[in-house]
Design a binder for this molecule. Sequence first.
Ligand code: PMP
Length: 455
Amino acid sequence: MSDRTTIDRTRLAELAGRERRSFAERNPRSAAAYRDARHLFGRVPMTWMNKTAGGFPLYLDRARGNRVHDLDGHEYLDFALGDTGAMGGHSPAPVVEAVQRRIGELGGLTAMMPTEDAEWVGAELTRRFGMDVWSFSLTATDANRWAIRLVRAITGKPKILFHAYCYHGSVDESLIVVGPDGRGVDRPGNVGAPVPVAETSRVAEFNDLDGLERELAHGDVAAVLIEPALTNIGIVLPEPGYHAGVRELTRRYGALLIIDETHTFSAGPGGATTAWGLEPDVVVIGKAIGGGVPSGAYGLSSELADRVLGRTDLDLIDMGGVGGTLAGSPLSVAAMRATLEQVLTDAAFEHMSARSIEYTAGVQAIIDEFALPWSINRLGARAEFRFADPSPTTGTAAAAAADAELEDHLHLALANRGILLTPFHNMALMSPVTTAADVSTHVETLRAVVAELVG
Ligand code: PMP
């Protein structure tokens, strides 16, 4: 690897400084709005919005399809797409229509009554993911939380097992990494953990079947809750045989398998579950299925559902710990129906994957041209480069490959040239309306930014 390019840190610092100045000059209205936001915790509507390479967030004016406009009048090609929440594009016409009909003509945004859209959505999720019955939430986080409660209740086992450096939302149990002695410890920065995470959880590295078996052998794991590929620490893909091994071990040790498809939905209309023939007991999904309207869902096998419903001691109706007032609301299910029926269709996924293949090839060509020690992985409609080659095979190795200074520079240089990447990733996500020309623009811009840095 010694013939690989190393980044000159002095040059990087110089260019990064120039991009920060340019960002501040280009965006006076966003800067002022941020400066004046004195009644917001951390000056932002949600604390993670302080994850910004330029020192302040760009304020949104409007967005349609894969184009976003900020408060200072700049247009961006959006490859962040709300970190998957807008994978179908911003405000796709069928979702706008369905939501407007629900809001205006029909009325009744939340009324403690089901609508017929819900069964349509359940049937469609069954067609795509294969789970028999579905329940709804407003976020993927809540779908994960409620799935965890159900599997604990029916197995009688206390712990949930996760991959190190997973992300499944702000789920208490999931904030675990492998500590120096190989055992689970709280993820660095875990805010106000109710109990030390090792009391509720176990952890194994992605792609490590021996580690998984070692943890499962304790016999106290209710379920293994995983993404089919890690997507929140770069994309870490499964090695051949990994998922067959996970399923075999979970069955052998009496643990259920929960697959969180919130991001890996990019793999196809039925996520990685269908694309790779996985056999989960529970599927969780959120974000993209609502086309931007808060939505989430978890699906169970009918066998599992019957076991839960047969338990008269579990309060699934009132205050037993599963459910939310607005979950499955008429608005949310109308948006899910429109998204699944007309936006994120089987044909749309073909288009998105084709664009993602073009993007991946384009970035690989940049990596090759400049002999960068980077790699890129693709998962259907999403692709992400990482500052490591070969691509890391575990979350811990992927975390070690982080380079915040370099990542911030690339994000900011792209933003200053009209391209948005997801703040937490070097991830590019394709929507049904992303064109081959959009992909070329992104690749050419990235090439110019890289050439300036190392050329
Ligand atoms: N699961 C996965 C795999 C995710 O990536 C995320 C968010 N990035 C979540 C769950 C949580 O989604 P939300 O914040 O919308 O609840």
